[in-house]
Design a protein around this ligand. Structure first.
Ligand code: HEM
Length: 545
């Protein structure tokens, strides 16, 4: 073990070393010199100019000038809290498996005596750092587990599927949904032509759109949301055998959502609604809990499904593979310094520990590149892993010594391997001593860009979702489509949504949407879209109103 036994407080103990409360203390400069006056700059006479040698003025102003860092390119708006995760004793894994250790060697998931500290950040996706909490959007649900075997980040969302199937499409998706590049509006809503233009031309988005138009995209509170790893992941046991899993978080408080009218009013009255709720309940002594569950299936099961488990626009239906609860997360501590903890936390789906591995989902594979790359931009350079909120509690030993803001002071001469002048055994091969080993999946294929055939089935699961809704829930989805698509001023985009996407999900649904957005309702499933002269298709501002 690389730690002295992990418990929920170990991260807090580590953070305590850098925490300080200077309230009531005498003011000093950043370099520890006591300050005599922090209101009046040093001047050449009462009415003279400020003098350059006023180091306190220069330092105070420079520090202020550099207080902001780039916000996250997506998920900029969020809040985070500390807590711990504890696996269940002897979880029920169904008939096929008796023991969780048959599935994984990851101690964070298997040892019921171990409380692993966590930091969880909830977020919206589209809006900027200062946008409102209650917008219609996906919510991020990212958890950093500070395990004794290193950090594991489960970087998920509150919706179990995603918009696209390949990471290559992500910049296009985000460009379409972010504020328009010319006028910078709208701030944090999907109600604009570019997003629906993209959506109407990407049938694979259909399943996700059904979820996004539902109440799922309007959570009542972060503690009332489910979370999903979305992709298929692998668990790997001591023998190197692997199963596939989907990760699920289930809130102790039931899943609950606001209605659209409430969200709009709240966004105006209290844009911090969700952020404040989480902070307030924890400060009041409640400890929100989330149960972690896994759907377990193997390669053979995967072949039986009529969809590809590598396709992130598909769920694995719980009717076929039940969710098996394996542990619980308790959130019990608010941050002291929002910037140092919430802004500076850096999640990365590539942070895994032995026993947890990736699948070949092409969306996940691309994410494995993106997060570290974007964090280089966000933090300016390397070494953000040394910032207290990101630092593992597991000991670190490697040959990094330099880069901007290096904090650790490493002793010794040898920062290379192999070496014979440090204390290391020059023959040491870490992989053979419990180091992370990637699952030895056999891959034998041609280099091609195609996706497997079932990736083209865009509507069956969207229909499954629609059919699982009660009538009031269906009406909510239709109302949401009326609102969002009603803001789209190009008629052919609305028509494509109705004819090319919704009419393939459910004819009745397509008709009911069409009726509210000035589109001729399709008569039959499979009806072709009416043709329009593009020049005429844009509604005037008066018509839009
Ligand atoms: C944040 C990229 C798909 C969940 C981010 C960030 C980037 C990014 C660049 C900002 C990270 C930072 O500045 O620290 C991508 C790409 C994707 C993708 C390229 C697809 C190819 C997804 C999916 C999920 C997800 C499918 C959910 C399963 C999140 C969450 C955050 C995030 C929760 C916020 C993390 C935090 O709270 O700091 N993503 N993302 N992303 N992403 Fe993704």
């Amino acid at each position: 073990d690389r730690t002295e036994g992990v418990d929920e407080n170990s991260k807090q103990d580590q953070l305590d070393e850098v925490r300080e409360n200077s309230e009531g203390e005498e003011l000093t400069t950043d370099h520890g010199v006591k300050v005599s006056d922090t209101d009046n700059s040093l001047k050449a006479g009462e009415r003279g100019p400020t003098i350059m040698e006023d180091f306190h003025f220069r330092e105070k102003m420079t520090q202020f000038d550099h207080e902001s860092i780039p916000e996250r390119v997506v998920h900029a708006r969020g809040t985070g809290v500390h807590g711990y995760f504890q696996p269940y004793e002897d979880p029920d894994l169904g008939d096929e498996y008796d023991d969780i250790e048959e599935l994984t060697k990851a101690k964070v998931l298997t040892d019921p005596d171990q409380k692993t500290p966590v930091f969880t950040r909830f977020s919206t996706v589209v809006g900027s750092r200062g946008s409102a909490d209650t917008v219609r959007d996906v919510r991020g649900f990212a958890t950093k587990f500070y395990t004794e075997e290193g950090n594991w980040d489960l970087v998920g969302n509150n919706i179990p599927v995603f918009f696209i199937q390949d990471a290559m499409e992500f910049p296009d998706l985000v460009h379409s949904i972010k504020p328009d590049p010319d006028d910078g509006t709208p701030q944090a809503s999907a109600a604009h032509d570019t997003f629906w233009d993209f959506a109407s031309l990407k049938p694979e988005i259909t399943h996700m759109i059904m979820w996004v138009l539902s109440g799922r995209a309007l959570p009542r509170a972060y503690r009332m949301m489910q979370g999903f790893g979305v992709h298929t992941f692998r668990l790997v046991n001591e023998e190197g055998e692997s199963v596939f899993v989907k990760f699920h978080w289930a809130p102790e408080y039931d899943t609950s959502q606001l209605v659209w009218d409430e969200t709009q009013k709240i966004a105006g009255k209290n844009p911090d609604f969700n952020r404040q709720d989480l902070y307030d309940v924890i400060e009041a002594g409640y400890e929100p809990e989330f149960e972690l569950g896994v759907q377990i299936f193997d390669e053979e099961d995967a072949e039986e499904f009529d969809f590809d488990v590598l396709d992130p626009t598909k769920i694995v239906p719980e009717s076929e593979v039940p969710v098996r609860p394996i542990g619980k997360m308790t959130l019990n501590e608010t941050p002291d310094n929002f910037f140092a903890e919430v802004e500076q936390v850096a999640f990365h789906p590539g942070n895994v520990v032995p026993g947890i591995d990736f699948s070949n989902d092409p969306l996940l594979q691309g994410r494995l590149f993106s997060y570290q790359d974007t964090q280089l931009n966000r933090f300016g350079s390397a070494n953000w892993d040394e910032i207290p909120i990101n630092r593992p509690i597991a000991e670190r030993h490697n040959n990094q010594r330099a880069g901007f803001m290096r904090q650790e002071i490493n002793e010794g001469k040898a920062s290379y391997k192999p070496n014979s002048i440090g204390d290391d055994d020059p023959q040491e091969a870490p992989e053979e001593e419990g180091g992370y080993e990637h699952y030895a999946e056999k891959i034998d294929g041609k280099k091609i860009r195609n996706r497997s055939e079932s990736f083209q089935n865009h509507f069956d699961q969207a229909r499954l979702f629609w059919n699982s809704m009660t009538e009031p829930e269906k009406q909510n989805i239709i109302d949401a489509a009326h609102f969002e698509l009603g803001k789209v001023d190009r008629v052919e985009i609305r028509e494509r949504m109705v004819y090319d996407l919704f009419n393939n999900v459910d004819h009745e649904f397509a008709k009911r949407v069409a009726e509210g957005i000035g589109v001729e309702p399709p008569e039959e499933p499979g009806d072709q879209m009416p043709t329009h002269d593009r020049e005429d298709s844009r509604l005037s501002i008066e018509e839009r109103r």
